[in-house]
Design a protein around this ligand. Structure first.
Ligand SMILES: Nc1ncnc2c1ncn2[C@@H]1O[C@H](COP(=O)(O)OP(=O)(O)OP(=O)(O)O)[C@@H](O)[C@H]1O
Ligand SMILES: O=P(O)(O)OC[C@H]1O[C@H](OP(=O)(O)OP(=O)(O)O)[C@H](O)[C@@H]1O
Ligand SMILES: O=C(O)c1cccnc1
Length: 477
């Protein structure tokens, strides 16, 4: 039921016209890189798997649909017996993906492909966006620990839970969300809020109470005055408690964090707490972190909430789901296209595979090569790669490896893919990024990563565009 009504409306048309079981192939892709980043990190597959495994209509659902008055009894009976029996191929979570390439492919009856569009886009669009934002923040933070603090600012519960998982894949080290920790095994971490200090009315009393009730202590030092009251109180409590606590550090949540962190570092060092860390939080993102690093701020650990969990500077990834092939009246698969006056919006027909081409010598990425599914670049001695619009930009690669991006997830409705552990997904993502040239990874104005079509795929697209133009010219309305 987590679908748009128009999907069910179309299913009813297919059902009543007796074509609901025609085979179809749909592919998901996005047209623009999020945040103008040079790459995106794919996420959302786990939730898609859960969704497909549990996809059915309950008696309640059927009654609700009946109550709308829009659907026939026969069609509702068909829905009552519905389950997904198709194939899904997908990029794996943590994988690098780029604009204008299929990141998921659904093959099945036209009715089942249609039904799942909304949910799949919903899950992949959000989680891929957050994983990518997290990766940008990870780049800025370099190797410093990154704590995810976003739950209170997320767009409701699911976004907090699945967003933190995506942020973890993209490079965060822990979450403040306890449920996400329990559900996914993400390490949880937490300090304390200003309310603790406000309750006691005094930094020293609050820190002392916290220290008497916790072994691991990070004190939030900016409630009244970081330099005059917060840090001296933290040091006093640490001195008094000695080995009874581990004085892990302090958190600063307001003010000029370059200036404050330098002063606080001096104070901690002079008091003999060279290992105590400085944690910063307060609306941080990749830009403020980069700026603070340029100012030589003495910040060891970054707490980031709002900006990562809401993907603040870009609220949506525009992935779309397009039909690329469908069975005709004679049982033959026919490639389909969506043409638009806007050149960027013309889809690429045919069932395809994306091949990640790397140079054998150094394992670095050369680009992605989209080929029709009956092509096998692995069996070729060389690959001719050309820009799909500016075809004079081209290169021939001979010493290469070609790895398929879309992997089998469901076959005939059965899950055939075993999800790795979340920690392995995260690790995989980091190693995938290591094989990407730095030109594609810089925060500002990265190079466009090549996403090219095979000659056969390109010729197929051009032939179908011509055919559609001819069809339109011959219309006599
Ligand atoms: N030295 C700095 N260079 C760049 N950005 C900074 C620096 N210090 C703080 N910031 C960032 O500037 C923004 C505003 O900081 P400021 O402390 O004025 O926030 P605020 O929200 O007004 O404070 P409060 O949280 O007390 O209401 C925050 O995003 C913060 O992370
Ligand atoms: O700024 P973000 O990146 O979103 O990180 C989360 C914020 O949430 C908390 O502030 P909040 O004002 O909600 O509570 P607190 O200051 O009382 O802890 C925390 O102190 C951070 O500033
Ligand atoms: O643990 C923290 O310091 C924390 C958690 C959530 C939001 N802000 C801060």
């Amino acid at each position: 039921m987590h679908t748009d009504a128009y999907e069910i409306n179309m299913m009813q048309t297919y059902f009543e016209k007796g074509i609901q079981n025609r085979r179809a192939v749909f592919e998901m892709f996005f047209r623009k890189m999020p945040f103008e980043n040079g790459y995106a990190i794919f996420a959302g597959l786990e939730r898609v798997i859960n969704y497909i495994n549990n996809l059915n209509f309950t008696d309640d659902d059927i009654e609700f649909l009946r109550s709308t008055g829009n659907y026939s009894d026969e069609f509702l009976e068909y829905l009552r017996n519905f389950s997904f029996r198709g194939n899904i191929r997908s990029a794996l979570e943590g994988e690098l993906v780029f604009n204008n390439e299929p990141i998921m492919q659904i093959e099945g009856t036209v009715a089942e492909c249609q039904l799942i569009e909304t949910a799949l886009l919903n899950m992949v669009n959000y989680q891929t966006l957050i994983a990518t934002k997290a990766s940008r923040i990870r780049m800025a933070a370099n190797y410093d620990p990154l704590l995810e603090f976003g739950s209170r600012r997320a767009q409701e519960t699911s976004a907090a839970i699945w967003g933190t998982r995506a942020a973890y894949i993209g490079g965060f080290d822990s979450t403040s969300n306890v449920l996400a920790g329990k559900k996914f095994g993400i390490p949880i971490s937490g300090t304390h809020a200003h309310s603790l200090v406000e309750l006691y009315g005094d930094d020293y009393d609050a820190f002392k109470a916290y220290a008497e009730t916790h072994k691991e202590c990070v004190f939030l030092v900016d409630t009244y005055d970081t330099i005059k009251s917060g840090v001296p109180s933290a040091i006093k409590v640490a001195n008094e408690m000695g080995d009874k606590i581990h004085f892990a550090g302090v958190r600063i949540d307001s003010g000029d964090m370059a200036y404050l962190s330098k002063r606080v570092r001096e104070m901690l060092d002079n008091a003999g707490y060279k290992d105590a860390k400085i944690i910063a939080s307060n609306d941080l993102d990749e830009k403020t972190i980069t700026s603070l690093k340029m100012q030589d701020a003495k910040i060891d650990i970054w707490g980031v909430g709002t900006q990562v969990i809401t993907a603040f500077d870009q609220p949506a990834l525009g992935a779309v789901y397009k039909m690329v092939s469908v069975e005709n009246n004679d049982g033959k698969m026919i490639d389909t296209i969506k043409i638009s006056n806007n050149a960027e919006k013309v889809s690429t027909p045919g069932k395809k595979q994306v091949w990640r081409i790397t140079e054998s010598a150094d394992g670095k990425s050369e680009g992605d090569y989209i080929a029709l599914s009956d092509e096998n670049p692995q069996a070729q001695d060389s690959i001719y790669m050309f820009h799909p619009q500016f075809t004079y930009i081209n290169k021939t690669i001979t010493d290469f490896e070609a790895k398929p991006l879309l992997k089998d997830i469901f076959k005939n409705g059965k899950l055939v893919y075993k999800q790795p552990k979340l920690s392995e997904i995260k690790q995989y993502s980091a190693s995938a990024l290591a094989s990407l040239w730095p030109e594609y990874k810089r925060e500002l104005n990265p190079q466009d990563y090549p996403v090219d079509l095979s000659q056969k795929c390109w010729d197929n697209k051009m032939a179908i565009i011509k055919k559609v133009h001819k069809f339109i010219q011959n219309l006599d309305y």
